[in-house]
Structures are given as C-alpha cells and as structure tokens.
Design a protein around this ligand. Structure first.
Ligand SMILES: C[S@@+](CC[C@H](N)C(=O)[O-])C[C@H]1O[C@@H](n2cnc3c(N)ncnc32)[C@H](O)[C@@H]1O
Length: 251
C-alpha cells in the first residue's frame, strides 16, 4: 500500500520502538501506554495541501475533544452517517462522498498531509458531506461518537503490521471491534478491506466472533460497488495479489 508502517526507522526492539508497549524493567512507576495502530510520521505537507489546511480546515476539520459531538449540527442536516478510519490521502473518501451525496462522512486520519490532501479534494470538487478529525480513531470513537449512532464504518487497507511482534498494533482486535459495534445502529454495516491475507483471516475471525455482528456473506464479501478500486490495489491485482472485503452488519 502507500507506505510500510513497519518501517519505523527504529532498529528492532530499540527503546522507544513504538511497537513495544512494555515499559523497561526498572523501578520506575509503570504508566500503561495504549498500543497505537500508527506511528507519527513527519510527512511533508505540499503547498497546495497547506493552503487547503489553512483555507478549508476551519470549515471541514472538527477539532478533537473528549466529548460527544452533535453531528446533525455539524453537517447541518439529518442524514445517514458513515465513519471512515485511516483515509490516507482521501481519494477513496472523496469518490464515495461524491457518489453518495445523501450520506454524510466523518473521516479520521492522523497523517497531516493526508488531511490536507482530502481538504484539497473537498475544495476542488465542492463536496459538502465530509468532515475530518485529525486524531487517533480509537479515542475519537470512544469520545466523540455516541453509541448506536452510525449507519456505517469503512476501514480500507488498514496498516497490516506484517511482523508477528507488531500484530498487537493492528486495529482489528476484539476490544476495538466491540467498541465499533457499539457505535453502529442496529442493521448498520462495518466494511473492512485488506490486501494482506493473514490480516484478512484475522479480520474474519475477530469480526465473526463478535456477538453483535453478523456476516453478510459466507466469509469474504464481493467488493461493494461503492468502494472504488485504488491504483495501488489495481497494481497489486495485476501482480496477482488478492484483496479481501468483509462486510458485517450490527444485529
Ligand atoms: C495503509 S494506509 C491506508 C489508507 C487508505 N485507507 C487507502 O486505502 O489508501 C492506513 C492509514 O491509516 C492511518 N491510521 C492508522 N491508525 C490510525 C488511527 N488509529 N487513527 C487514525 N488514522 C489511523 C494511517 O495514518 C494511514 O494513513
């Protein structure tokens, strides 16, 4: 995909390797630190992205705050609401939002150039049905999204964290899936896609084990029409790599 999230630039097991949340064995007090699904990368923000951040950020970026948000007020209307986790550079988000003008989309991404890139697409295409939060999606969902309030969740090509010792950083784990499921309305959908087979298998197992979710397919689902094939995916498919979609519904 876009980048190799395992490439932290740190030697394996170096102190501060964000993949290892176990504090060093000293007498220092232990402050449990949440294992995050991302590493903060210093990415260059282009001139166009910077302009979009400055000019469109105030209208389309919702600042993180640890309080539930009234999304009807934010969007200025009552419409089905879909949350996307980790939109990358936002091309898929913008394409889906343009094709589904009757739905509202909350995109969550930590990477600033990606936020700038999606704002630029919003400006270029005159989209009004997207809002962005630049923050850890786990905290956003815990704090800013009320239970039973979402009509859908999109998680497309989440960082696969290839190495076994980094698997704990994968987003799709039982506690997080239970949290996500709690934010869905009954009948609402959770759509994940990955090009990493081992992660697809983990997704199938974890989603399948959540008692409040039901698979819409036997196992993997056909790609729903609304999810465009990205150029990375097209290249992977040409090279013979697989892509797996999973679509579950809240019971
Ligand atoms: C491999 S990229 C995929 C991007 C995009 N969905 C696509 O299909 O091209 C995963 C993205 O998720 C973001 N991400 C990972 N964990 C996140 C989290 N907890 N909260 C918000 N964004 C996160 C990363 O910054 C990265 O941009």
């Amino acid at each position: 995909m876009i980048h190799d999230p395992n490439d932290t630039g740190l030697p394996p097991d170096a102190p501060g390797d964000a993949g290892d949340a176990t504090p060093p064995s000293t007498d220092a007090p232990r402050f449990p630190r949440r294992i995050r699904s991302f590493v903060t990368r210093a990415g260059r923000v282009s001139t166009g992205q910077r302009r979009a951040l400055d000019e469109l950020g105030p209208r389309f970026v919702v600042p993180y705050s640890p309080n539930p948000v009234n999304w009807e007020t934010v969007f200025g209307r009552q419409a089905p609401r879909v949350l996307e986790i980790g939109f990358g550079m936002g091309a898929t988000t913008a394409e889906i939002a343009a094709a589904r003008p009757g739905d509202d989309f909350i995109g969550v991404e930590v990477h600033e150039p990606g936020v700038g890139a999606l704002l630029k697409l919003i400006g270029d295409q005159g989209l009004t049905n997207i809002r962005i939060i630049q923050h850890d999606a786990v905290e956003v969902i815990e704090q800013m999204i009320e239970a039973g309030s979402l009509d859908g969740v999109h998680i497309f090509f989440p960082d696969p964290w290839h190495k076994a010792r980094h698997h704990k950083r994968r987003l799709i784990q039982p506690p997080f899936v239970a949290l996500l499921a709690s934010r869905l309305k009954p009948g609402a959908y959770l759509h994940c896609a990955t090009d990493w087979q081992n992660y697809a298998e983990q997704m199938l197992e974890v989603l399948g084990a959540d008692p409040s979710l039901e698979n819409t397919a036997q196992d993997y689902a056909p790609r729903p029409d609304y999810r465009p094939v990205t150029k990375f995916e097209r290249r992977g498919l040409r090279l013979g790599h697989g892509v797996w979609d999973l679509v579950f519904k809240r019971r």
